[in-house]
Design a protein around this ligand. Structure first.
Ligand code: NZQ
Ligand code: ZN
Length: 386
């Protein structure tokens, strides 16, 4: 196990009614920028609830609405502008990963002299940010408890992840009842996303990180158990609660620190979203089984077999057969159990014309991964997923 520093400064208030903790924002000032998406928080009542709590706490609210899924740099710039115009002291995101990510870069942009896009492509420029708060409404990205933010510039077909210690939220409210209204398609995509985060950490070559691997398996089992229950029964509290907490831990360092994970399915998926604006979790569900098949070899078979036995309960004694069956189970879970698209065609990517350029852009991020991938490997994976 490698040396690491595990530091999560985010206070989590988990459970029903925990939104009352928004009163604590008053400790950070009296002017907040509220970021939210296309209106789901108005339909499910969270907006009214939050506004009333903040009003009682004496916090004046300014609004950045209309944050897109796959949030755009143009929206971030609008948020930074609002911060400057209104002397904003803190940023509150209410929504899914897109809204929280947008809020994070707005918070950093407000403390930066240049254009916010600099902070997306050069994370080392992120030195400071306004305090960031979130009320999570969709279990998926883990943005509520991590240092990352992913922002797109669709005019250039670019989507990049950035990161900074100061992007970790100060406080996040995780009320599983707020995810009851998440539509089936987003519930499935969110489950695929949190599973992918766990895979990206799990599939690394470090034998010494035993405890991280076993915790990752527990997270995967939880997601595989509760994902279908949340689909069938959207207001099943335990299903929503377990998915919510599992998603946060998949990416907050608990299962990745001490290993040497270098994510590679995510860089490949970010290119799909950058060129075709597809839903992140759907892209991951399509690419993951194709990637697993591509990297299965004599060097990796033992880990895939462990995945099959410990996560899927497979009992075979022959590693390769167990590994192959585990990949079949993974694909079936996404497509048959969670009713997700199986191919790129199903999400509207019908030809190979951008594969070379997307693979070239993704390749840098895939060099040091579990199995290093070249541009040609990535093109092959895209083709297999087509
Ligand atoms: O915009 P609204 O109206 O709120 O609707 C959203 C949106 O249409 C809706 N939704 C959210 N909560 C809801 C709800 N609808 C009904 N009821 C609720 N309670 O769901 C749609 C998708 O929301 P979005 O925030 O885009 O989804 P998600 O949380 O999956 O975030 C995806 C973004 O996060 C990035 C992805 O690349 C993508 O841009 N990621 C961020 C990461 C991070 N910060 O650590 C890591 C991830 O790997 C990922 O890359
Ligand atoms: Zn993801």
């Amino acid at each position: 196990m490698y040396n690491f520093t595990f530091h999560v400064p985010t206070t989590i208030h988990f459970g029903k009614g925990q939104i009352s903790h928004l009163t604590e924002l008053a400790d950070y000032g009296s002017r907040a920028l509220l970021c939210y998406g296309g209106g789901s928080i108005k339909r499910n009542g969270i907006y009214d609830q939050a506004l009333s709590i903040l009003k009682d706490a004496g916090v004046q609210v300014f609004e950045l609405s209309g944050v897109e899924p796959n949030p755009r740099i143009q929206t971030v710039r609008r948020g930074v502008e609002l911060c400057h115009q209104n002397d904003i002291q803190m940023v509150l995101a209410i929504g899914g990963g897109s809204t929280i990510d947008c809020a994070k870069v707005v918070a950093a942009g407000a403390k930066y002299d240049g254009d916010a896009w600099d902070l997306v492509i050069k994370p080392e420029l992120i030195k400071d940010a306004l305090p960031i708060f979130s009320v999570l409404t969709l279990s998926a990205t883990g943005s509520e408890m991590d240092a990352f933010a992913v922002i797109s510039d669709m005019t250039k077909n670019e989507k990049w992840g950035t990161a900074g210690e100061c992007l970790k939220p100060t406080m996040s409210v995780l009320d599983p009842t707020y995810t009851f209204s998440v539509p089936a398609r987003q519930t499935a995509a969110g489950t695929a996303d949190m599973m992918s985060h766990t895979f990206e950490n799990y599939f690394s070559m470090d034998d010494g990180a035993y405890v991280q691997k076993r915790m990752a398996e527990a997270l995967l089992k939880t997601m595989i158990h509760y994902g279908p229950i949340a689909l069938a029964h959207p207001d099943d509290y335990d299903a929503r609660a377990n998915l919510m907490w599992a998603a946060s831990h998949a990416i907050n360092g608990m299962v990745g620190d001490g290993c040497s994970p270098a994510w590679c399915v995510h860089p490949m998926e970010h290119e799909l979203s950058a060129f075709y604006d597809i839903t992140h979790g759907e892209g991951l569900a399509i690419l993951t089984p194709a990637w697993m098949e591509h990297v299965l070899s004599a060097d990796t078979v033992a880990l895939f077999a462990a995945y099959g036995r410990n996560v899927w309960g497979l009992t075979g004694t022959e590693d390769e057969a167990v590994a192959r069956e585990a990949i079949v189970r993974t694909r079936e879970f996404f497509t048959q159990t969670m009713h997700m698209p199986a191919t790129l065609r199903e999400v509207g990517i019908t030809d190979e014309k951008n594969f070379e350029v997307m693979a070239k852009k993704a390749a840098d991020g895939c060099k040091g991964s579990f199995v290093p991938l070249s541009k040609d490997d990535i093109v092959e994976i895209y083709r297999a997923a087509l």
